[in-house]
Design a protein around this ligand. Structure first.
Ligand code: TXA
Ligand code: MG
Length: 312
């Protein structure tokens, strides 16, 4: 069922329904983070192994303490600067947090999104007594995250139940998933780059550059992920019949399918996933991505494109 009625959607969550909703990054598939039945179905609909943790979404800073404990001081500096926004913090979890949310580890991921509809939904849910909404990206496991309501339908129709809910909030502003920061040690460590860049984080606190030997079962950090059916190549010139994703300043060679013409890095990120989807709809065998030569958000774009292009 599609609706714009946020209170109906919030009640749905409390009744154990799944609610796909927009965030500023990508669409999430939400379930009450304290309802085991709803969480189990969430994993089933996504086709995701149960050992992979899901992010808890909140709309109120004071609720962080409900989910996490032993919160380091730098976390307060980070949340003050970047929440609400595209940043997920990994923290030591409280005992009450379901193993389905943590993947059986003692770490919980928490995010306070900035998208208006997401915030209204979370607020209504909190008013009804809910404490957080577990929401992975609303795509099938390993596939491209949806950045529009149509893309959610393309991914999940046939897997959800008729009473599950989809809130259409148009196109997502950022277009790629949140920055994930591990805050379980003395210094924060960036695990998944996103719109909150390393440069932005280092202005707030010291960032741990060392890759520790601690493996999280985090599908977003698996090598192959975010994949369209088409083969994806990075910085290779497209041949006729292939797709092209590049800044508008780059010309389209003859016979090549231009999938988007972003005029800034921000638009590049915003259009990336919908262009992958378009390439698949056109039945293209190969999509060539020409990456802008910059740091910042480009690093996050590069991360996603590299994973999409990985063969394993
Ligand atoms: O922008 C986003 O983060 C979107 C929107 C919907 O909020 N969500 C999202 O969720 O991308 P998902 O599940 O598709 O990717 C989240 C990543 C996964 O790699 C997951 O394993 C990791 O975060 N993650 C979540 N909770 C974790 C935890 N407790 N410990 C380690 N990794 C965690
Ligand atoms: Mg995902």
């Amino acid at each position: 069922m599609q609706t714009r009625d946020i209170p109906v959607a919030a009640r749905g969550l409390l009744e154990g329904k799944l609610v796909a909703f927009p965030t500023e990054t990508v669409y999430g598939l939400g379930a009450d983070a304290e309802n085991e039945g709803a969480l189990l179905r969430l994993f089933k609909v996504k086709g995701r192994p149960k050992s992979h943790p899901v992010i808890v979404h909140i709309n109120d800073l004071s609720r962080l303490d409900y989910w996490a404990k032993d919160i380091p001081d730098y976390v307060y500096a980070l949340e003050k600067e970047f929440w609400p926004g595209p940043m997920t913090l990994l923290l030591s979890s409280r005992e009450r947090v379901s193993d389905l949310v943590t993947g059986g580890q003692n770490v919980v991921g928490v995010r306070f999104p900035s998208d208006n509809i997401a915030r209204q939904l979370l607020e209504e849910f909190h008013k009804l007594g809910g404490n957080g909404v577990a929401a992975p990206s609303a795509n099938r496991f390993g596939k491209v995250s949806p950045t529009s309501a149509d893309a959610v339908l393309e991914e999940l129709l046939g897997y959800t139940f008729p009473y599950d809910i989809l809130i259409d909030g148009g196109k997502c502003r950022v277009g790629i998933e949140s920055t994930i920061i591990d805050c379980t040690s003395k210094f924060p460590r960036i695990l998944r780059p996103g719109a909150i860049t390393r440069e932005m984080v280092s202005k707030i606190c010291i960032v741990n550059e060392v890759i520790e030997n601690r493996i999280y079962r985090a599908p977003g950090t698996l090598r192959k992920h975010y994949s369209p059916r088409a083969k994806v190549s990075i910085n290779q010139q497209p041949k006729p019949g292939e797709g092209l994703i590049a800044l508008s300043s780059i010309e389209t060679p003859d016979g090549v399918f231009r999938l988007c013409s972003p005029n800034s890095i921000e638009h590049f990120a915003q259009d990336l996933y919908s262009s992958f989807r378009l390439g698949d709809r056109l039945g293209l065998k190969k999509i060539c991505v020409l990456l802008p030569n910059e740091d910042g958000l480009v690093l996050a774009i590069k991360d996603r494109v590299s994973r999409a292009s990985s063969s394993k």
